[in-house]
Design a binder for this molecule. Structure first.
Ligand code: C2O
Ligand code: CU
Length: 461
């Protein structure tokens, strides 16, 4: 399934955004081993946890490259189960999107698959397993994918902070293995009892007074929505899901980061020497964990002014006046009141739907990604989707292969994203240009939900 050079260049040419001097040279792919490993996840004194990780690590190794450069990785599957890798948020060639059962076959144990693609946009992305994600991501198969801007960004340093949430048995330190638990599927997803940052509980780092840092925060959890507060740090949001904001926005309130979402902050250390600055995870007690920066002297004497916006990525503007308008109604789940839905074209009672492992429906259909395409679009078509969350839980809707705008209440275009969090009873309008041909998943990133009906796909041809 490896692309030959001609196919590869043809797909790369569809992105009009390659900077001059982009590295298209082919080299041998670097191995990315998916394997089982025993790691000290819990604090010392507890046992080790058997995880599934890329290169035996969780998070997996950071993949970092310049905008427009090429990623070549050979997935080597040493796991007991078949797997594949999805490059979340990258506007990618469809054949490289890594969705088992839609864009490729899952790679069996002992076999390999070569991923080879260009990253056209700078930003904070991530990669994760995309076969039985509700289990494989919960076991640890995720890592950061960082695409650097060509320009240097005026910060002293940066930190990538990957938040994850584990459901562990405190006696054995092992991952609780009822991944398909009906409760998680029908309620808020698989919520853990232990939070890590970069695989570490209560991550501690050093910082200097007035130091300016770029924080790239990634929510790699299955279902946890992280409310975050800055303490001893002051700054601005400069990008959401990797996509730069037109204007940096001062962080004044709690940051809400849904599953799969990312936020880039530029922060200054305002805590004094000898104190600590924190990124605090709110909303947990027993699972409380935070990132602490121990502040020492030796930094700048004063703070700098507001940062400049990050350079924008090239993007085809969506025109709402000519966009095809479509509703996507999300229903079902516990306390959702869904009485029936279609499955394989037949109307079924909720009991029959549940019997088939489904709890949710999109526009009355519970087929999930096994069903027909949600819509067939011609390449270049403009789309306006109104996603109504008629359930009792929040959902984080993710579109593969293309970035979308959130549409503001006044009808103007809001930030570009790839994952949008929609609270219960709310609705969100998104709009995009279907400029990337292929079969693209559209699903809730609460991974237990995605596995039980909250998944569909869009066909762009
Ligand atoms: Cu990050 Cu279909 O997923
Ligand atoms: Cu959901």
């Amino acid at each position: 399934l490896r692309l030959n050079r001609r196919q590869f260049l043809a797909s790369a040419a569809s992105f009009a955004t390659l900077p001059v001097g982009a590295s298209l040279a082919s080299s041998d792919p670097i191995d990315l081993n998916a394997q089982v490993a025993d790691l000290q996840l819990l604090p010392n004194g507890y046992g080790k946890t058997s995880i599934w990780g890329f290169e035996g690590m969780t998070p997996g190794p950071e993949i970092r490259l310049g905008q427009g450069q090429r990623v070549q990785r050979r997935l080597v599957n040493a796991l007991p189960d078949p797997t594949s890798v999805h490059w979340h948020g990258i506007r990618i060639d469809n054949a490289m999107d890594g969705v088992s059962g839609l864009t490729q076959a899952a790679v069996p144990r002992g076999e390999t698959f070569d991923y080879d693609f260009i990253a056209p946009d700078a930003g904070t992305y991530w990669y994760h397993a995309h076969n039985r994600s509700f289990e494989q991501v919960a076991r640890g198969l995720a890592g950061a994918l960082i695409v650097e801007e060509a320009d240097t960004i005026d910060v002293d340093r940066e930190e990538v902070l990957i938040l994850d949430d584990w459901l562990l048995d405190p006696d054995t330190a092992q991952i609780v293995s009822d991944f398909a638990a009906p409760h998680a599927r029908s309620h808020g997803g698989r919520i853990g009892n232990f939070v890590t940052t970069n695989g570490i509980y209560n991550l501690a780092l050093n910082a200097r007074q007035n130091e300016r840092m770029r924080l790239r925060i990634i929510n790699a959890s299955n279902a946890r929505v992280f409310p975050l507060r800055l303490d001893g740090l002051e700054g601005w949001t400069v990008a959401l899901d990797g996509m730069p904001l037109l204007k940096p926005e001062p962080v004044t309130e709690t940051i809400i980061l849904g599953p799969a979402q990312r936020i880039d902050l530029i922060v200054d250390v305002v805590a004094s020497e000898g104190e600590a600055a924190h990124v605090v995870h709110l909303g947990q007690s027993d699972a409380a964990s935070q990132v602490a920066f121990e502040v020492s002297s030796g930094g700048a004497a004063t703070r700098r002014g507001a940062p400049a916006p990050l350079p924008p990525n090239a993007h085809q503007m969506v025109d709402l006046s000519k966009a095809k308008a479509m509703p996507l109604k999300m229903e079902g789940g516990a306390m959702g009141g869904l009485r029936s839905a279609t499955l394989d074209g037949e109307t079924k009672s909720m009991a029959e739907i549940v019997e088939a492992g489904r709890y949710w429906a999109f526009n009355g259909a519970a087929d999930g990604r096994d069903g027909p395409a949600f819509t067939k679009l011609s390449q270049g078509e403009h789309v306006h989707l109104t996603i109504a969350n008629d359930t009792a839980f929040p959902h984080a809707m993710h579109l593969h292969g293309m970035h979308f705008h959130e549409v503001n209440a006044d009808g103007s275009l809001g930030p570009l994203r790839d994952t949008t969090l929609i609270e219960r009873g709310n609705s969100r309008d998104i709009a995009f240009v279907a400029d990337n041909p292929g079969k693209w998943l559209l699903h809730c990133h609460m991974l237990s939900h995605a596995a039980s009906g909250m998944s569909t796909w869009i066909d762009v041809a």
